[in-house]
Write a protein that binds this ligand. Sequence first.
Ligand code: SF4
Length: 70
Amino acid sequence: MRAEREHPAVVRVDRIACSAHGACRAIAPEHLALDEWGYPIPSVVVTDGETAAALVRFCPAAALRRTTPD
Ligand code: SF4
């Protein structure tokens, strides 16, 4: 499990579901910024598995999904 968490992971923002809470910015400030309306940018983040899991878990709008690279 630990090794899986350390592997690179991709998280995508569902901009329709996102309600601009900004929690993702607090979790991963090195990867995400907020635009002038509070929506995260960019909409695709490559990070470590542990951060990806936290982003998905703590998004209050369930707008973050862990996925695979294109
Ligand atoms: S935490 Fe979720 S709802 Fe809030 S800004 Fe980030 S993606 Fe949007």
